[in-house]
Design a protein around this ligand. Structure first.
Ligand SMILES: O=C(O)CCCC[C@@H]1SC[C@@H]2NC(=O)N[C@@H]21
Length: 246
């Protein structure tokens, strides 16, 4: 498999968090760079949660300096989710059981196999860290995740396929570069369309939980801004940030 032109790569035997490392090195980079951490000692998840990261799972961050406004930069969570989907498909030879969960999880046979953490570095106009964690060989216990959340699963347990972090990085970096090129050239529309074709629970009832309130409705679409759109008894709700429960 080819490594994408123009992207750098560094592999660290141990790091606190590849997103934290991205923030440390960003200012010295001259182009996009993948950081692979074989072990992370302080991995972080979305909304300040910890991320369980046993040896053999994938922990990586792409650090880059996008040129768009922050609202457009944030749409890269969909670009990354699609690239993850592509990489799983390529490595396993099938898309059976794969689905994307808004805003940025990858599901396999209904369980969470990968998550994405987008973090800005250095404020507007600065760098972006796209942190990706993949349960390649092990998943945390259900008791370690929030009540009602999608159960974690591993690629190995679900498919019997053993993929190394390095193999995943090669596939993911290539897939990401292709989706990124599409995003930069054609904008969000084709990414949004492809994401929705792979979406979990589209057209079904879901609950979006936000600080202090929750909304249940039919998952209608992801709109042109990346919002989750729910049809509720009170009308259309456009939700920018939430945890989604099925
Ligand atoms: O909560 C989520 O679903 C997102 C998890 C993101 C975890 C990855 S592992 C690599 C990168 N480094 C971190 O500290 N977090 C992200």
């Amino acid at each position: 498999m080819a490594w994408p032109e123009g992207y750098g790569k560094r592999v660290l035997a141990e790091v606190d968090s590849t997103n934290a490392e991205a923030a440390r090195i960003a200012a010295d980079l001259s182009g996009p760079e993948w950081i692979l951490g074989l072990t992370q000692t302080a991995a972080r998840g979305r909304r300040g949660r910890a991320w369980v990261n046993p040896l053999g799972n994938f922990a990586g961050t792409l650090v880059m300096r996008p040129s768009e406004t922050p609202d457009v930069v944030a749409l890269r969570s969909f670009v990354a989710a699609l690239a993850l989907y592509d990489a799983f498909e390529k490595l396993t030879g099938t898309s059976a059981g794969l689905a994307l969960k808004w805003p940025n999880d990858v599901l396999l046979n209904g369980g969470k196999v990968a998550g994405i953490l987008l973090e800005g570095i250095g404020g507007p106009g600065g760098h972006l860290a796209i942190g990706i964690g993949i349960n390649l060989i092990a998943a945390p216990e259900v008791s370690q995740v929030e009540a009602g959340a999608v159960a974690p699963v591993s690629l190995l347990a679900e498919t019997g396929k053993r993929v190394s972090p390095e193999q995943m990085l090669e596939a993911l970096a290539q897939a990401y570069a292709e989706r990124e090129a599409s995003f930069v050239t054609y904008g969000f529309a084709p990414i949004r369309q492809a994401w929705m074709e792979r979406a979990a629970r589209l057209g079904e009832a879901v609950t979006a939980r936000m600080p202090g309130r929750e909304v249940t409705g039919t998952f209608e679409e992801v709109d042109a801004q990346g919002n989750l759109v729910l049809k509720t008894a009170k009308g259309r709700e456009e939700i920018a940030a939430a945890d989604v429960f099925f």
